[in-house]
Design a protein around this ligand. Structure first.
Ligand SMILES: [Zn+2]
Length: 571
């Protein structure tokens, strides 16, 4: 028994997430949480909406809503969509909630006490007509690198370069469109990451043995280039107020913390929310001086978030000098691409979580997005590959096996697990093959190798199919009913085993499959003892035949979806 704290990158508040977000953070975190719970470990799986920053304000303005009302509504929408997808969060919090305010202000104050915060005067774009500064996306103009006319203050969407608002040529306010722009002085707080460089590197050296190459590569790239001091406040009203000794910080009354400072702190904030709501003890998970020494902390995210989690968030935590838990396993994903481009929330490109659920149940997507996870490199979503994953893996290999053996049991064995007979050579071979495959599956889930986990599970499904084809109970039944009984009993135990191993990836179908052979609720993760695992069901116990588990997707539907979502070969 161990304790696993699991967090996925926080989904941003500006609208429901697309399948790329799901595939690269929330879903794999959920699969791992379910696997660890099934193993009997204590798991706390935490997520939250990331609600501050200019995109939230701009999305609210576009929706004609007050930003708080907008966030209230979007939080509920994202929570519901996640739950419908089976994301088994222990808590889904909000970075705008009071615990994150308190913690963010605390971290800034303690960093300042430790000499790691400095007030600096910055030059910022100021809109005279709007009577406000225009940080990040509040200002647009011509990109100084590629001349793209609608580059945003924080980044150019055309060439991808990170920008400073003062870099833009012919800037204008996105609030009013006004070009009456000045550059004015404004004071901001900086975290002195240059002073933390050695401590961060020592920490990465100590931790990164467990990290995949993608994570390690990004962390060392930033360290080797040299850390820079980082502004952590913005001239905005929506966000966490800047304080000193618990009071508004003089000169910072119209400023808030930068969203990237407070968002990762919400991992802790959301755990405090969980503890306030449930009576659980959040310090046991986060404070090394209050019982968190034996926690294994797993973070899951897309590659664009890795620098924030290997350098900037650790600089907050380590700079505090306080005994906070830091990440142990950091799993990063590449991009799931959408027909030659990226999925994009702001450009509404691709399939979004709510739309996906209109088309098909969550397990279809969960299986595809895990089996074809963008793990080793960027991966392209295609409707054809999705169709094949559903029709071949789920409908043929898994669904048909389950339905065939259950229907045969119903018609030939009175709907009960057959009694009597002894396993023979075929069963002994199956036990050995399944033992080996189970050990492999467990190792792959343990290592958070998602594609290989799905492959290992599919291999066990295939072993079951091969066994049933070779043993042919329908033929044996005519000449040797007792032998047919042994085969059917073994087949029904395979059904139970399929339910247990499939649970982390396709939890809804796994529940139905388990229930068909009398295994209700959450099933324990199997041992690597094939013989024991294939003799779990009680002879004589009743079984039931579920409705069709997975419907095949025909070519007409694929064509219709490709048309509707703009995904087509060559598009
Ligand atoms: Zn550009």
């Amino acid at each position: 028994m161990a304790r696993f704290l699991i967090t996925s990158a926080l989904p941003y508040i500006n609208g429901i997430k697309h399948l790329g977000n799901l595939a690269g953070s929330m879903l794999p975190a959920d699969v791992h949480a379910r696997f660890r719970r099934a193993q009997g470990h204590e798991v706390l799986y935490i997520c939250a909406t990331d609600e501050h920053g200019t995109p939230a304000e701009l999305a609210a303005a576009e929706a004609g809503q007050d930003v708080r009302a907008y966030c209230d509504e979007q939080h509920v929408i994202q929570k519901q969509a996640g739950e419908q997808f089976g994301l088994s969060w222990d808590w889904f919090g909000r970075s705008s909630n009071p615990p994150n305010h308190r913690l963010t202000q605390h971290f800034c104050e303690v960093l300042e006490t430790n000499g790691l915060i400095e007030e600096r005067v910055d030059q910022m774009v100021y809109s005279v007509d709007d009577r406000r500064f225009l940080p990040d996306r509040y200002v647009q103009g011509i990109c100084p690198h590629c001349q793209f006319p609608q580059a945003r203050g924080d980044q150019c969407d055309n060439c991808g370069r990170l920008l400073d608002p003062t870099d833009l040529i012919e800037p204008y306010s996105t609030v009013s469109g006004s070009r009456n722009i000045e550059i004015r002085d404004t004071r901001h707080l900086y975290v002195l990451q240059t002073k933390l460089q050695d401590r961060i590197r020592a920490w990465v050296d100590a931790k990164s043995a467990n990290w995949p190459n993608l994570t390690k590569g990004i962390a060392y790239k930033y360290l080797d280039e040299g850390l820079i001091d980082r502004g952590i406040t913005r001239d905005l009203s929506w966000g966490i107020p800047v304080t000193r000794d618990g009071f508004p910080r003089p000169g910072f009354e119209d400023k808030v913390f930068y969203v990237w400072f407070d968002a990762p702190i919400e991992y802790i904030g959301a755990t405090v929310e969980w503890s306030e709501a449930t009576g659980g003890d959040w310090k046991r998970w986060w404070r090394l001086d209050e019982g968190a020494e034996d926690v294994r902390y797993v973070q899951v995210m897309g590659k664009d978030n890795v620098a924030f989690h290997t350098v900037t968030f650790p600089s907050t935590i380590l700079g505090s000098g306080e005994p906070w838990k830091t990440v142990d396993d950091l799993k990063a994903f590449n991009w799931l691409n959408w027909y030659g481009g990226k999925f994009s929330t702001s450009n509404k490109r691709g399939v979004f979580m709510d739309q996906a659920l209109e088309l098909l149940p969550p397990d279809y997507w969960r299986w595809y997005l895990t089996a074809y996870a963008p793990e080793g490199s960027d991966t392209a979503f295609t409707w054809e590959q999705f169709q094949s994953a559903v029709n071949v893996d789920l409908a043929n290999v898994l669904g048909n096996f389950v339905n065939r053996i259950l229907k045969f049991t119903e018609s030939r064995f009175e709907g009960k697990v057959p009694v009597g007979g002894q396993p023979g050579e075929l069963e002994r071979k199956l036990y050995a093959d399944v033992s080996e495959a189970l050990a492999e599956a467990t190792a792959m889930f343990d290592a958070m190798e998602y594609r290989k986990s799905a492959q290992a599970i599919r291999r066990i499904w295939v072993l079951g199919n091969e066994y049933l084809t070779e043993a042919a109970p329908w033929t044996a039944f005519k000449t040797d009913p007792e032998r047919a009984g042994v085969i059917v009993r073994t087949g029904l135990n395979l059904v139970g085993l399929f339910a247990a191993i499939s649970q982390p990836i396709i939890p809804f179908a796994a529940q139905k499959i388990g229930a068909a052979v009398g295994l209700e609720g959450d099933l324990p993760w199997p041992s690597a003892d094939g013989e024991a695992e294939l003799n779990r069901l009680t002879p004589g116990a009743p079984i039931s035949v579920p409705e069709v588990l997975f419907a095949k997707i025909d070519d007409d539907r694929v064509a219709e979806w490709a048309e509707r979502f703009g995904g087509a070969e060559g598009a």
